[in-house]
Design a binder for this molecule. Structure first.
Ligand code: HEC
Ligand code: HEC
Length: 380
């Protein structure tokens, strides 16, 4: 197991990485550990973009020839160290939008071998690539006791990636404006303060019902209850897999995850993501169907009151919730603000609420320097 070593010399408040985590750091950005020789974890989880994608593509492109499009939008992978493992009744926790991995180590296996991502082909090939790396001696020192066959090598790679993501403070710095306001080191502007209230207000945003802004154990909140819901987000034609009208990404019930395929009530449900660093993202929701926070907020506000704004009209008939087959649409959430109010009726949030909540969400980005004012639109 990894142990935290105290830094000797230099900054004495930053713990040095354990040898396992230091190995994970090298692996995280090593592009030779891929079928194309050009892709690492950092390609899709770039530290300069809150460990999320550096571009506005709805899905990233990987594989041996960099021709294979992914099925889901690449997320920011910060603040996952407190994510509980997946559990049933009710569905809760787990990693990925369908919760199919319980630990960061188990999760790391998917991208290493996924033919749409790093596509390493086999454990033997990946082990060979690792032995050819510049840090092979670091690796040899750690593998010693475990024997060192290909499968032990892959297990060590997974463990190293988990140790790195858990130990390196860069994955959970808790230094956003929100954190600094909580600590009394900065103050919200009037717009940010109103946004925090509308976010929490059950009659307006009701956001905290699924994205809680407090933690039961008093730790800094992660803005997710780790639960699952079907919001009915629009289908994204920009995902190549969606060219097949019979293809549906049903989240918990498959097709990526397969163990809940027989449970129709699980279909269309995706894990509620944490909202830290949403201000750094360029595509939103599991299918990257939205391109700005303003658009996400408008959707949450008017999914039911202005459905023609979000869903196609075919031969004069509205096709609501077009990314979920009609027989499964009973799973779609009716929790406020997505409460099924009639088309044409007044939505839950005013234009001012929407603008204010966006200002509040922008306070959740890491790396805030206390005293820096928000953009002019978020000041008053
Ligand atoms: C080609 C782009 C790509 C590469 C390369 C990649 N990932 Fe990801 N990553 C994704 C996507 C897409 C998802 C979301 C998958 C899902 O929800 O099913 C994801 C999800 C994750 C998650 C879970 C996030 C969450 O919110 O639960 C972690 C952790 C993660 N990746 C770590 C890694 C590590 C470690 C590597 C390198 C071994 C890696 N990724 C390489 C695209 C990528
Ligand atoms: C019923 C629970 C629920 C409520 C209420 C809710 N959300 Fe969410 N939110 C989710 C789920 C589930 C997703 C992921 C949906 C998907 O990808 O299909 C999500 C996704 C998001 C995203 C996209 C994050 C990303 O990384 O792509 C943002 C931003 C967001 N919600 C903000 C809000 C705000 C602001 C409110 C209040 C106005 C709100 N949510 C209300 C459950 C909820």
């Amino acid at each position: 197991m990894a142990t935290l070593l105290t830094a000797c010399g230099g900054r004495n408040d930053v713990p040095a990485l354990s040898p396992l985590a230091a190995l994970g750091e090298r692996i995280f950005s090593d592009r030779t550990l891929s079928g194309s020789g050009r892709m690492s974890c950092a390609t899709c989880h770039d530290p300069r973009f809150a460990h999320g994608p550096p571009n506005a593509l709805p899905v990233q492109v990987g594989g041996q020839f960099e021709t294979e499009f992914g099925l889901r939008a690449a997320p920011s992978i910060r603040y996952l160290d407190r994510q509980p493992p997946f559990s049933l009744a009710p569905w809760h926790g787990g990693l990925n939008t369908d919760g199919r991995a319980d630990t960061l180590a188990a999760q790391a296996r998917h991208p290493l071998f996924d033919p749409r991502e790093m596509d390493n082909g086999s454990a033997d090939i990946l082990a060979r690539r690792l032995r050819a790396s510049a840090y092979a001696p670091q690796f040899a020192a750690l593998i010693g006791a475990t024997g060192g066959d290909a499968s032990a090598t892959v297990t060590l790679i997974q463990g190293a990636l988990q140790a790195y993501q858990s130990e390196d403070a860069g994955f959970h710095p808790y230094d956003s404006k929100f954190d600094q306001v909580q600590a009394g080191r900065d103050q919200f502007s009037p717009a940010e303060q109103r946004g925090a209230q509308a976010f929490r207000d059950p009659a307006r945003g009701h956001c905290a019902a699924c994205h809680p802004d407090t933690d039961p154990q008093g730790r800094p909140p992660l803005f997710t209850d780790a639960g699952y819901a079907a919001l009915g987000v629009p289908r994204n034609a920009a995902i190549p897999a969606n060219a097949d009208p019979a293809h549906f990404d049903l989240g918990l019930c498959g097709p990526v995850r397969q163990d809940l395929a027989r449970d129709a009530a699980a279909c269309g449900l995706f894990r509620t993501p944490g909202l830290r660093n949403v201000g750094v993202k360029q595509r939103f929701f599991h299918n990257g169907s939205m391109g700005s926070l303003a658009q996400v907020l408008a959707f949450l506000n008017t999914r039911d009151t202005e459905p023609t704004r979000w869903y196609p009209v075919v031969d004069g008939a509205l096709r609501p919730f077009d990314d979920l087959p009609a027989r499964l649409q009973a799973n779609i959430t009716r929790r406020a603000p997505l409460d099924g109010r009639a088309a044409g009726s007044t939505p839950a949030m005013s234009a001012r609420d929407l603008a204010d909540i966006e200002c509040f969400l922008l306070t959740l980005s890491d790396g805030h320097v206390a005293g820096t004012p928000p953009s002019p639109a978020c000041r008053e």
